[in-house]
Design a protein around this ligand. Sequence first.
Ligand code: SF4
Length: 490
Amino acid sequence: MKTKWVEEINVFQKPSRLVNWRIGLVYPNSYSVGMSGLSVKLLYHLLNQHQNIYTERIFNPKEKTVVPVSLETQTTLHRFNILAFSFQFELDYINAIKMLQLSKIPLYTKDRTNTHPLLIAGGPAVTANPRPIFNFFDFVFVGEFESVADRFLNSIYDSRETTIHDSITEIPGFYHSENYNDYVTPVVTDSLDSVKYPTAQVRPLYSEPQKKGSLDGYFLQVSRGCPHGCHYCLIGKLFRPHRERNIENLKQLIEKGSIETQSDYFSLIGSSTADYSEIGDLISYFLEKRLRFTLPSIRVDSGEEILSLIAQSGQKSLTIAPEAGAENTRYSIGKRITNSQIFSFASQANTFGISQLKTYFILGLTSDVENEVKSISELMNTLKLKNSNMKFNVSVTPLIPKKGTKLEKQKVDYASISEGTKLLKGNLNQKLNFKAFPTRWAAIQAIISLGGKELSSIMEEVAIQNGSYQSWKRVLGMEPAQYYQEKICD
Ligand code: SF4
């Protein structure tokens, strides 16, 4: 189907005479960001399982003043009965507010009536801390939606506009500001094998090969949650326990998925896919069927056999996340990996013909950023020295403490991290590719991830003033890093 922007396959179309309820699935970021993740594809599929309920996708338009419309029928937001927002990142809250402002939908729940759409927010950012957006949304959903998808659809189908609020209140995982408290736990799916998973996934069709990449192929989720409990990480904390899809189920999904999504390319999804208990069998199955795949990241203790299978698939690049250069820092955040494991992993990968290693680090895990910088540069410069023929990418992110994690109370000094990032760039071997997440935006993200309802009016004003860094600074009345220190940490 050719939508307004792009040609896609597996787009849902429903005759309007059959449709009683219309849901706008809003991803408040660009089409390419939304479609390179699993959440939009999965929710789009789940929310279209009822023939009388039609769900369409809405992304943030590229042009800042354009009124957002759905991809499928170019419908504006106010014409939907329900708007379901998916938030992967806190910074998308500002985009969502701008989308509502441009659509002339009152931002605050108290200002809307039942002539307006019902607004629901979900996703990891909301599951971790919904407080900053409670004033805007009728409901927040805390957890994994599959577990209640059928109940949600049946209950809205059986409701009228005047009763829908009461119906949704009954469904586990849905909260509003009056019934939410600190003891709420996310609803999670008991068994991944017993819930629906899309085999006909919506995806763009590109005729030009250079445009292929993260949007291409079939997204295969092998597991949920994580068996490791790194102290800064939301996934290991919120989405418990760690669950895996059965290997036979995965093989069926691969078989059907390759036909219905028309692709021989599979992106394996999961926080720690190389930990999947049958990973060897799974890779062997891809090789046997001559299907291509990518693993998002790999643990350095995955073992030689897995590396050899990955190399046989033709994959040339791997991603690891040491997070810190020093072993004691790594151990202190629950990441039990030694430097010698990293060295031997890189040299084995090199032997198997892997030509590129992407590495991820966090700055601000301790109060001594300078020392963190020193150990990261020592580790990476030694890795390059030992494997001079390999390409290395070094990505650095400032710590963004998340609500509910063990590092929630860590006081991050963003000014030192900003200095440390520059120092690291200078200390690293110039043949290493270096990329850093901007520290000032990390401070804003930390404010939102830990803040409360007081942020509603702040975010509203920031969105009115275009959402730039300068507008945050103006509205907060100080540098965001200072606001974080003074108002959030104390
Ligand atoms: S950082 Fe990775 S390995 Fe650690 S808990 Fe999170 S998902 Fe698991």
